[in-house]
Design a protein around this ligand. Sequence first.
Ligand code: KDG
Length: 313
Amino acid sequence: TVDLLTLGETMAALRGTGPLRLGGDLRLSIAGAESNVAIGLARLGHAARWVGRVGDDELGALVLRTLRAESVDVSAAVVAPGELTGMLLFDRAPGGTPRAHYRRAGCAAARLAPADVSAAVALGARVLHVTGITPALGEDPAAAVRYAVEAGRAAGATVCLDVNHRPKLWPRERASAVLRPLAAGAHLVVASEDELPLVCDGPDEAARARALLDLGVREVVVKRGTRGASAYTGTGRHDEPARAVTVVDTVGAGDAFTAGYLSAFLDGLPVPERLRRGVILGAAAVAAHGDWEGLPTRAELDHIGGSPDATLR
Ligand code: KDG
């Protein structure tokens, strides 16, 4: 039994510094919301396993090699002969806002099916983490997520859903219809402020969170970016402010937050401590280039958000 099992699409990621149309240098790494969470947990010393489907190409090898180097177990991952590994390119729109361009339609992960994840689910996990990205990839990936959630739940795993709506993959109405039942079957639901209305109804945030709690969700966690995060539980609401760091690249901050939250959950810490570790990891992610590269080890946790003048010696 691992601490965390997650499934989803991990792609080769190319990052440029300006608009892609101007050309220039790109830096090659990997990205994927779920594997970002797995890396975050592995860096903190938890046993994390990722399962997904990559092509038998160089980019698939890059995905698996990178995850292995980060101590994420990929032994259950599927390498599909003749299929391609997805790609995404990040550039900056004028003004500096990061922009994602997908090259993932028809790639290996769009064929991820229940049979690809069943062995990993059977191995067991304390936490099963899924996101709203995977069901957006197609019918088979959606079925894989439903299967993992049902089987994981039945085996006693704590199920965490990060809503992670990606408007370039599907419209809000379709996402909402598919993600509502998933949220209702999760123990922890993580969403940004604008994503919460996708999975529950109510006149305001507290009422929406209450609606999920009434369905049996134990914690509803709301990410607020530079304004920190909140958690709603049966005993009330907890808030945690964000840590001040110099922002370099905001992509991956939400996944980092979720990794921090789940790490403290796995350590048996109470909800305020889960939020605290979440915002610390979120700050670490935005202070570095890349989705996951800036995530800390356990020994580095305490330094994040400290004085900008300090030198660690
Ligand atoms: O959270 C960051 C990820 O979303 C991104 O790097 C890639 O998984 C990704 C996606 O589908 O957008």
